[in-house]
Design a protein around this ligand. Structure first.
Ligand code: GDD
Ligand code: MN
Length: 379
């Protein structure tokens, strides 16, 4: 039998915490291969939440309570995880809200996914079969969907549809490895930080649909303004995709500057000068990508490995040169070489527009995928 601890953070949830506990135990009782524990992490709620849990502990020996100071949702989870790991040595941990927004009936579905080999199961509101409350106002819906889309695009992980909801099952090894990272995030952004870490660790991540039910009692503790700020900051500073784009822009500047330098100061002929400057940009990009954008997959294995990967990187870059040339020739042939009247304000030579589109829709995805799958491939 494997042990799972469902960690439920609470702050002033006296109306619902008892029901959540009873329902979770009721729905998991028939499972023969899982020993289910619940750990309530209460941040000293003044409303008497702890008293309700203490009463239920007399009935349920597998119910536990951890009292903490009120330092945010992320802090509560980190403390709860540490406590659960030390005192109960589980195989699996759960995150779950106490306000009945998460349906206790879904718990066995998470366990089934784990049994089939998943390391991290997300309850997703945004896949088929999942939902956000229909009575949410338009702005709340837009915010929820928008935030999720921002994170998905920022990390270029479109396969993960719900980055923020706190109904999840996570194997203990992931939580243990992530401790040094997640303990820096005390607020709700903790959810994104933990999932991002699991992705970096190449955990097998799967989703099941959940219907998020609006809370009927109590109030939400989320501070939206702070949460939005923290989310944007987290994604900008942790996304290898955004860093990769910045490195690309920098490479463009390096290429131009060196071409200018070679032509005007060293007096090299224009064509070889441009080939040289392109190679300088490639060297810069390779180094910055290795130590910054793809730092979590840094090349290992000494000088030979570097040389090999650098040649591969050149090869990929050469591919994008060919794509640019070929794509441009094709576009000129298909759509013509002309002046395009933009927004009836200014004229643009069509090749510039074609080039921008080719870079945005072909070169960027092409390079990003090949960098990830070939140059900085996970071993
Ligand atoms: N111990 C503790 N300490 N618990 C807390 C704290 C805290 O500082 N802040 C919130 N909680 C508990 C609440 O009591 C509730 O059980 C759960 O955390 C979720 O908090 P809500 O206040 O209900 O937030 P929500 O419904 O807006 O948040 C949902 O969406 C977030 C973002 O999408 C949850 O699913 C979150 O997990 C999710 O991050
Ligand atoms: Mn809630």
């Amino acid at each position: 039998m494997k042990k799972a601890v469902i960690v439920i953070p609470t702050y002033n949830e006296k109306e619902s915490v008892g029901a959540v506990i009873e329902q979770v135990f009721a729905h998991t009782k028939p499972l023969s291969n899982w020993e289910i524990h619940i750990l309530v992490v209460d941040s000293n709620s003044p409303d008497g939440t702890q008293g309700i849990v203490e009463e239920l502990m007399k009935i349920y020996p597998r119910l536990h309570l951890l009292r903490t100071n009120k330092e945010g949702l992320g802090r509560a989870y980190v403390q709860g995880f540490k406590f659960a790991i030390e005192k109960l040595s589980p195989f699996l941990l759960f995150e779950m809200d106490a306000d009945l927004s998460h349906n206790p009936k879904d718990v066995p579905k998470f366990l089934q996914k784990i049994e089939k080999g998943a390391d991290f199961v997300i309850g997703s509101r945004y896949i088929k079969g999942g939902s956000i409350p229909s009575n949410w106002g338009l702005h709340r819906k837009i915010f929820s969907i928008g935030a999720s889309l921002f994170v998905r695009l920022g990390f270029m992980r479109l396969s993960i549809t719900d980055w923020t909801d706190g109904f999840r099952a996570i194997k203990v090894w992931i939580v243990k490895n992530s401790m040094h990272h997640i303990q820096n995030y005390s607020g709700y952004v903790f959810q994104i930080a933990l999932l991002d870490f699991a992705v970096q660790q190449h955990a097998r991540i799967e989703e099941i649909p959940v219907n998020f039910i609006d809370r009927k009692e109590g109030v939400s503790k989320i501070n939206s303004v702070q949460y939005i700020g923290q989310t944007i900051r987290y994604v900008l500073s942790h996304s290898s995709f955004i860093k990769f784009i910045l490195v690309g822009l920098f490479g463009f500047l390096v290429d131009f500057s060196f071409a200018y330098l070679f032509i005007n100061f060293i007096h090299i002929a224009k064509a070889p000068a441009n080939m040289l400057s392109a190679e300088v940009a490639i060297v810069f990009n390779f180094i910055i990508n290795n130590f910054w954008s793809f730092r979590h997959k840094k090349i290992v294995g000494g000088p030979f490995a570097y040389v090999g990967k650098f040649l591969l990187f050149n090869f990929v870059s050469f591919g994008s040169v060919l794509i640019q040339g070929g794509g441009l020739a094709l576009a000129l042939k298909l759509f013509g070489d002309k002046q395009i009247h933009m927004l009836s304000v200014f004229d643009l030579q069509s090749w510039i527009l074609y080039k921008v589109l080719i870079i945005a829709f072909i070169i960027i995805p092409y390079s990003y995928v090949l960098y990830n799958k070939v140059v900085w491939k996970h071993k």
